[in-house]
Design a protein around this ligand. Structure first.
Ligand code: GLU
Length: 662
C-alpha cells in the first residue's frame, strides 16, 4: 500500500465529522473557481462544497480534492484561484473553520454569528495561532446603517504588573523571569477572545449563541486530522511544551515525540470548555472553574517532571479574569482615492499605520507602478512600486514605534488619530520620499507638546485572519491571536494561553525617554493587527457600498501585508486571489526592505542577485532581504459580474486557507 493510500484510509474517519456538521445546518455553501460567469441556482447536493476539476467535494469528507486533507506545509501553494460566490462568503486559514462559518451563513446566520463558529473551530484545528486563551480585534460593517464599528478584545496586563514585569522577577530580584519571559507566567495576558465575541454577537448576532459552538464541539469530541502547519508547530515547540504536563499529553505521544501530520486527535477538554461557554456565556470562562484553572496555570512555579525547572509565576488573579472587559473603539478611517479604508485604532497600531501608508501613497500615481507579467500569483512587483510603498511604510512605522500604544494610558500627539492621519501632515511626509534613493531609516514626525519618548518595535509571529460577508451584506474582519506560535506553551482545559504581553516593550524607557508601549497595570500591549474593511466613496465623498474585507497575521509585518493587498486590489486591479498571493514586500523602518523570497516570481537564490526587482531596489540604496514572509491574508472583494454584485475570495497560498461561499 502506498503512503498516500495509508493516509487516505486514515482520513476516512474524518468524514463522519463532516456528516455531523453538515447535518447540523440546512442550506449550502459552494465555492466556485473563478473561471467564468457564475452558475445559476446550485442544486442542494453541492452544499458547502468546493468545485474541483473532477467534481464537487465536501470539505471535511476526506475524499480526493478535499482541501482539509492534511498536506505537508509548503512555503507557497501554486495555482490558487479566486473563489466566486453570490451573496455570502467566509475566508479563513483552515478549511474546517471556513466550512463551519459557511454553514452558519447558509443557515441564515450573520457575519458575527459565523465569526463565533469560525473561532471555536480555529482554536482547535489551528491552536498554535489563536484561541480562547488569546485576544483579537474585530472590524464590523453593518450593511443596513452603512456603519463601521470596531471591537477590542486585546489581552490585558494583570493589575499587579509593574513596568519591569517582563524583564525582572521583582524589583528586589532584578534577574530575568524563568525560563524566559515568554514561557514564564509573565507573558500571559488576561484573554479577551470570549468576551469580545460575546459583545460582537450581542450587537450583531442573529442565531442563538449556544448553537454556534456545535462544529467546534463536534470536531473536538470526535477528532480531526492534524494539518501540516499544526504538525510543524508541535514539532517546533516540543522542548517548550514539555514544561506543561497537559500540553505533553495533548500534543505529544506516549514516547514524548510530537504527534504527526494526519494523525487524528481528539480534545475532549476543549469540547467541555466550549459546552460551558455555549450554555453559560463569557462568564463561564471569566469566573468559576475555567478561570480558576487559567489563574493557577499562570501562577505555576515548577515545570513538569519531563522538563524540570523553575517557572516565574505571573501576577494574574481571579479578579483580573472577572474584571476583563472587551471595548468598543472608534474605527480609524481614511479616504484613499475613490475609497474609504477603515481599520482598528489603538491599542493596535495597525489601522493608523495602514492609513498613514495609504495617505502618503495617495500623493503618488501608484497605478503607473503596478506588477508586470501579471499571472495568477499576482505578477512581479515593480521596482518603483515597491520603492514608494516601502518608503511610505518607513515613515508610518517611525510614528508607530514612537507614539502608538494603548491610548487609555498614553495619549497620541495632537488631537490623536486625526492628527496622525491628517492629509496635510501626510503630504509633508510624502515630500520626504525621493524617487531615486531610499531614505534608509525614517525619523518620526515632530509634534508640539510631546515630551521626549523612546521607541519600541518588537512583536512575534502567530495569529490568524478571518474575513466574512453575510447574505445581508454585513461584514466581519477579525484578526485573532495568541501572539507567537503556540503562545506561552501553557495548555489549560483544551486551549493554549497567549504570550501577548511580550508585545509590550520590556524596557520602560530608553536613552530618549519613557516608552509609550511600556508595561503598566491593566494596560493592553500595542498590536500591529490590522483587520480592514474598504468602502466605496460616493460622489459627495460620503462612505458608500462595501468593497473589500481583508487582513493578515504576521507580527509587525501585518501592516505591510495589508497595505500590499489593499493597493493591489484598489490601485492595480488585481482580483482577490492575485492581490492576496502577490509577493510580499515592505519595510518596518529598518534599513532593510523585505521581498518575500518564498514567492514563485521572486528569484531568491544567491541572495536575490539574479532578480531584477531585488537588484533594482539595491541600486536605489535599499538593503534587500529575500527571506520568506509568512503572511496569511484572507480577502473578499465585492465585484460586478454580469451587472450584479458578487463576491470574490482569496486565501493566502502561504497557509492552508480556503474561501467558501454560496
Ligand atoms: N501579537 C501580534 C500583534 O498583536 C501579532 C502576532 C502575529 O501576527 O504573528 O500584533
Amino acid at each position: 500500500m502506498s503512503d498516500t493510500t495509508i493516509l487516505r484510509r486514515r482520513f476516512a474517519l474524518v468524514p463522519l465529522l463532516a456528516a455531523l456538521s453538515t447535518a447540523l445546518w440546512a442550506g449550502g455553501c459552494g465555492g466556485d473557481n473563478d473561471k467564468g460567469p457564475l452558475p445559476g441556482a446550485e442544486p442542494a447536493s453541492t452544499a458547502c462544497q468546493v468545485v474541483t476539476d473532477s467534481g464537487t467535494v465536501t470539505v471535511g469528507s476526506g475524499l480526493p480534492g478535499d482541501p482539509s486533507l492534511p498536506e505537508p506545509s509548503s512555503g507557497y501553494r501554486l495555482g490558487k484561484q479566486a473563489v466566486a460566490a453570490k451573496t455570502f462568503m467566509v475566508v479563513t486559514a483552515n478549511p474546517l473553520a471556513t466550512k463551519a462559518g459557511c454553514d452558519v451563513l447558509a443557515a441564515g446566520g450573520s457575519a458575527a454569528d459565523a465569526a463565533v463558529a469560525v473561532q471555536m473551530v480555529l482554536g482547535l484545528v489551528e491552536p498554535q495561532s489563536s484561541g480562547l486563551g488569546g485576544g483579537m480585534f474585530v472590524v464590523h460593517y453593518d450593511a443596513a446603517s452603512k456603519t463601521v464599528q470596531t471591537y477590542d478584545g486585546r489581552e490585558t496586563a494583570p493589575s499587579g504588573a509593574t513596568e519591569n514585569y517582563l524583564r525582572w522577577v521583582s524589583d528586589a530580584n532584578q534577574t530575568a523571569p524563568l525560563p524566559n519571559a515568554r514561557a514564564s507566567g509573565r507573558s500571559i495576558g488576561t484573554p479577551g477572545t470570549v468576551s469580545v465575541l460575546e459583545m460582537l454577537h450581542g450587537e450583531h448576532g442573529s442565531l442563538p449563541w449556544s448553537g454556534l459552538f456545535d462544529a467546534g464541539i463536534g470536531y473536538a469530541a470526535n477528532g480531526f486530522a492534524i494539518s501540516g502547519r499544526m504538525a510543524e508547530a508541535i514539532a517546533g515547540a516540543r522542548a517548550n511544551l514539555l514544561r506543561d504536563p497537559d500540553a505533553v499529553s495533548y500534543f505529544l505521544k506516549a514516547d514524548l515525540t510530537p504527534k504527526l501530520l494526519g494523525e487524528t486527535i481528539q480534545n475532549p477538554a476543549y469540547a467541555d470548555t466550549l459546552r460551558a461557554i455555549a450554555s453559560g456565556g463569557a462568564s463561564a470562562f471569566y469566573t468559576g472553574p475555567i478561570a480558576a484553572d487559567i489563574v493557577a496555570e499562570i501562577n505555576r512555579t515548577e515545570a513538569g517532571s519531563d522538563a524540570p525547572g523553575a517557572l516565574t509565576p505571573g501576577a494574574t488573579t481571579l479578579a483580573d479574569l472577572a474584571g476583563y472587559e472587551a471595548k468598543r473603539r472608534a474605527p480609524v478611517c481614511i479616504d484613499y482615492r475613490a475609497h474609504q479604508v477603515c481599520g482598528m485604532g489603538p491599542p493596535s497600531s495597525g489601522g493608523i499605520a495602514v492609513a498613514q501608508s495609504l495617505g502618503i501613497l495617495e500623493n503618488f500615481g501608484l497605478n503607473a507602478f503596478g506588477p508586470t507579467a501579471l499571472d495568477g500569483e499576482g505578477g512581479k512587483p515593480s521596482v518603483m512600486g515597491v520603492h514608494l510603498i516601502s518608503e511610505a511604510q518607513r515613515l508610518a512605522y517611525a510614528d508607530r514605534n514612537k507614539y502608538v500604544a494603548d491610548t487609555d494610558f498614553v495619549p497620541l500627539p495632537g488631537n490623536g488619530v486625526s492628527t496622525l492621519i491628517d492629509k496635510a501632515y501626510l503630504r509633508d511626509r510624502a515630500n520626504l520620499i525621493s524617487f531615486s534613493t531610499s531614505m534608509g531609516v525614517a525619523q518620526p514626525g515632530v509634534f508640539a507638546g510631546m515630551g521626549a519618548l523612546g521607541s519600541s518595535a518588537q512583536e512575534g509571529k502567530g495569529t490568524s485572519h478571518v474575513s466574512i460577508i453575510d447574505a445581508k451584506g454585513n461584514a466581519v474582519s477579525m484578526t485573532t491571536t495568541i501572539e507567537s506560535g503556540m503562545g506561552a506553551y501553557r495548555f489549560v482545559r483544551g486551549f493554549l494561553l497567549n504570550n501577548e504581553l511580550t508585545d509590550f516593550s520590556s524596557a520602560p524607557s530608553d536613552v530618549n525617554g519613557p516608552i509609550a508601549n511600556r508595561v503598566e497595570p491593566l494596560k493592553r500591549p500595542r498590536s500591529s493587527m490590522a483587520p480592514t474593511v474598504v468602502l466605496k466613496r460616493n460622489a459627495d465623498g460620503s462612505a458608500g457600498e462595501l468593497a473589500m474585507v481583508t487582513g493578515s497575521p504576521g507580527g509587525a509585518a501585518i501592516i505591510q501585508f495589508v497595505t500590499k493587498t489593499v493597493v493591489a486590489a484598489l490601485d492595480w486591479g488585481l482580483n482577490a486571489q492575485q492581490a492576496t498571493s502577490l509577493a510580499n514586500f515592505g519595510s518596518s523602518n529598518s534599513a532593510t526592505t523585505g521581498i518575500g523570497g518564498e514567492h514563485p516570481n521572486i528569484l531568491a537564490t544567491d541572495n536575490g542577485n539574479g532578480d531584477a526587482l531585488v537588484t533594482g531596489l539595491r541600486s536605489m540604496g535599499h538593503t534587500v532581504s529575500v527571506s520568506a514572509q509568512s503572511s496569511g491574508v484572507s480577502t473578499i472583494l465585492r465585484v460586478p459580474v454580469d451587472g450584479q454584485t458578487r463576491l470574490q475570495g482569496g486565501a493566502d497560498p502561504r497557509r492552508e486557507g480556503l474561501a467558501l461561499g454560496d
